[in-house]
Design a protein around this ligand. Structure first.
Ligand SMILES: [Zn+2]
Length: 159
């Protein structure tokens, strides 16, 4: 594969919401079509030229789209298989993309957000970023550490 993984853009079908979030953590640009059926997914893939990630074998086998059939049920196995197929890795955009809407995050100062924070977060965290689209606030907490561990394991297994 000549293309660098970080430049690849994905489109995930309705069955792959959790996989889409993990790929966004790695920094990949992933459009997730939560409510769309096969026809709409296909139309959007053709329109955008993105690489389709799908649970549907019939969509993955078409000649007119670049697609990967995600065969596994468990998200960790899906992640490993996808990472292996595309040679995925942490990109420069890793942990800097909204997991809900795929938008790159904007750094915000602690002073700007301090007031609304839970006390333990205010005490322990200093780096914050906000999604310009949905307004969600992100910081590297314990949840994040677990997600990174899972990603590292999947990438290791994909080698
Ligand atoms: Zn967002």
């Amino acid at each position: 594969m000549t293309e660098r993984g970080g430049e690849r853009k994905f489109l995930a079908d309705a069955a792959l919401g959790r996989l889409a979030r993990y790929l966004r953590m790695l920094g990949y640009d992933v459009v997730y079509l939560r409510d769309e059926g096969g026809a709409a997914v296909l139309r959007e893939t053709l329109r955008t030229g993105r690489t389709l990630l799908t649970r549907r074998r019939d969509l993955a086998c078409r000649d007119d789209v670049e697609a990967f059939w995600v065969e596994a049920d468990a998200v960790s196995a899906q992640l490993t298989a996808t990472a292996k197929h595309f040679g995925l890795r942490f990109t420069p955009e890793a942990m800097n993309r909204c997991l809900e809407c795929n938008e790159p995050l904007t750094p915000v100062s602690k002073a700007e957000v301090e007031e609304g924070l839970p006390p333990h977060v205010r005490k322990t965290q200093n780096k914050f970023a906000r999604c310009p689209n949905c307004g969600r606030l992100y910081w590297p907490g314990t949840h994040y550490a677990r997600a990174v561990a899972r990603l590292l394991e999947a990438l290791r297994e994909s080698r």
